[in-house]
Design a protein around this ligand. Structure first.
Ligand SMILES: [Zn+2]
Length: 556
């Protein structure tokens, strides 16, 4: 028997990281993340898993971001009771992140069930509940960076700093095949940029049979910056925003981004560079996570504030209570309001956006990746009106983006990371990126590092690669994909939402009611005609039977 590498997530999309290795002595996962983005992609969280969780021997976790760990409670719900290995800080973060995720699932389904109840429809079940998150947490086991771990027969693994968030790791794995020969793999996890407060640069070893590399920003280049220049950029955004007279709202991830911003804003205040009235971090989760960061501050690099100053300033308000959060609504200007989630698709940030987007003197500043279809991405792309909590909200605020706070390496940094890890005798798999991004990275890798086209692979969802030490032997793809892969980047739900908004605009801007009726009548006639026309030809998603491996699988 050989070793099979399955891509159950982050293949053709950024989110849902989940790799499964089946080997002669068992099987295990590297990461088990939640899918985020449009409804079609999110459906993957609810669909049946393409494997039996009870057959897994263990899970190796790269880091505490929800798109890497968010389905661990689902594993627990389905009866998984074995160990989950992670660094100690990752374990500390999970303690708050998984219950928070369960809380979101429970409250969202409760809201949906109420809505359905009014229509006489059946209730919906949450993806998982608090008890499942608690069960998952029971199975955490911690590992040290740089030390070999033998989680089960035929496998050993080592964790390396990935420089991405607190506790993040790239994982080196050796798996014995049927002949007792070890196949060496490296899972990049998410890779941090060179310039990053808190951590050193990523540091995994070199020389593998297979390397899996993330490609979130595979095609994007940031201007080189130092930490000081990055802070200067933030200072300029804050000062311009506050000069407009309104609030500055920053959707921020509870983990890492919130703490980086608290560090930089604290330093800017201390140096007299900015003068906000108050600085809110309105997120119970971010508050707890900041506590975990405080606990591990001895690990940090490049911190320019003393231990008594870090994440603390007399203008800081780190908010947990609901009443305190609601009180922020009364503030019309002069404040910095950071709140989660970072892509504005859940949490208290939606309230702050609803209150501030309508104000022409307010500013919304994006400081992180916005997945397609999320509220954050829709606002960032220039929508004039968005739907929040069922209400149409006109966008009058100034929308800004600051790219240098990304926790991800950009194109050149990924290229450098790959170069330092080569050779990959078998293949380099590009994952965790939209197709455009990983295609760009793939082309550069082929052009620069002398790898053949069949050695730089863009796997598709649920592809299974038969790995030998000398190279990929074959690949199989499921006959029926779990979702319509053509809808992954932009699905019909997104298109429908923007269509409804456009239609409402068109009707509002018409000069008379008679004209409005005329537009609707024309549209109805057109729709009736379209509905009767034959459907367009189906987009064929290429499938490849198991067997001899030739050329490039996936993504083309
Ligand atoms: Zn991450």
């Amino acid at each position: 028997m050989t070793v099979t590498l399955n891509f159950h997530g982050a293949a053709g999309t950024v989110t849902g990281s989940c790799y499964r290795i089946v080997h002669p002595q068992g099987q295990f996962l590297v990461d088990c993340g939640m899918f985020q983005g449009n409804k079609t992609v999110r459906d993957l969280n609810y669909n049946k898993l393409p494997f039996d969780p009870q057959k897994l021997d263990y899970v190796l976790l790269t880091h505490a971001h929800i798109d890497h760990c968010g389905l661990l409670p689902k594993l627990a719900k389905l009866g998984y009771r074995n160990k989950m290995y992670m660094t100690e800080p990752t374990s500390g973060l999970l303690e708050y992140l998984l219950p928070d995720a369960a809380g979101i699932q429970e409250s969202e389904t409760e809201r949906e069930t109420k809505k359905r109840g009014r229509r006489g429809e059946a209730p919906v079940e949450p993806l998982y509940k608090m008890e499942d998150a608690t069960e998952a947490l029971r199975h955490r086991a911690t590992v040290e960076y740089g030390e070999w771990l033998e989680p089960g027969p035929g496998v050993r693994a080592r964790y390396w700093n990935a420089g991405h968030i607190l506790g993040s790791a790239s994982i080196e794995v050796e798996v014995k095949d049927g002949d007792g020969q070890a196949i060496r793999l490296l899972f990049s996890g998410d890779i941090g940029p060179d310039e990053k407060v808190f951590y050193l640069e990523p540091n995994a070893p070199a020389g593998f049979d297979y390397i899996l590399c993330e490609s979130t920003y595979g095609g994007r280049e940031r201007e080189d910056y130092t930490l000081e220049q990055r802070r200067e950029g933030l200072k300029a955004e804050i000062n311009t925003a506050l000069q407009r007279g309104g609030n500055l709202v920053i959707p921020t991830f509870a983990v890492e981004r919130s703490q980086e911003l608290l560090h930089d804003i604290g330093l800017l205040i201390k140096n007299g560079d900015i003068d906000p009235s108050l600085v809110f971090l309105d997120s119970p989760l971010a508050s707890k996570v900041t506590g975990v960061y405080k606990k591990y501050e001895a690990m940090f690099e490049d911190v320019e504030l003393g231990a008594d100053e870090l994440f603390t300033d007399k203008r800081f308000r780190i908010v947990e209570a609901v009443e305190e959060s609601k009180a922020i609504n009364a503030i019309k200007g002069g404040a910095i309001i950071m709140s989660a989630s970072g892509m504005a698709d859940a949490g208290r940030i939606k309230h702050h956006l609803r209150n501030n987007l309508v104000r022409a003197n307010a500013t919304v500043l994006f400081v992180g990746y916005q997945a397609p279809g999320t509220l954050g991405q829709i606002i960032q792309s220039g929508a004039r009106e968005v739907r929040i909590h069922g209400e149409l909200v006109p966008v009058r605020a100034t929308i800004r983006t600051l790219v240098n706070y990304s926790a991800h390496a950009d194109h050149s940094e990924l290229m450098a990371w790959i170069k330092d890890r080569l050779p990959a005798h078998g293949a380099l798999f590009l994952t965790h990126g939209e197709d455009e991004e990983r295609k760009a990275l793939r082309e550069s890798v082929i052009a620069s590092y002398g790898l053949g086209g069949d050695q730089v692979i863009m796997p598709m969802l649920d592809d299974a690669f038969d790995l030998r030490a000398e190279g990929v032997k074959g690949v199989s793809r499921p006959a029926a994909p779990r979702i319509d892969l053509s809808q992954m980047t932009s699905d019909w739900h997104n298109a429908y939402a923007s269509f409804v908004i456009d239609l409402s605009h068109l009707l509002q801007s018409a000069d008379s009611d008679a004209r409005r009726l005329q537009i609707m009548a024309a549209l109805k006639a057109e729709l009736a005609e379209t509905a009767e026309a034959p459907p367009p030809p189906k987009r064929v998603v290429p499938t490849r039977p198991a067997g001899e491996f030739r050329g490039e699988p996936g993504g083309e």
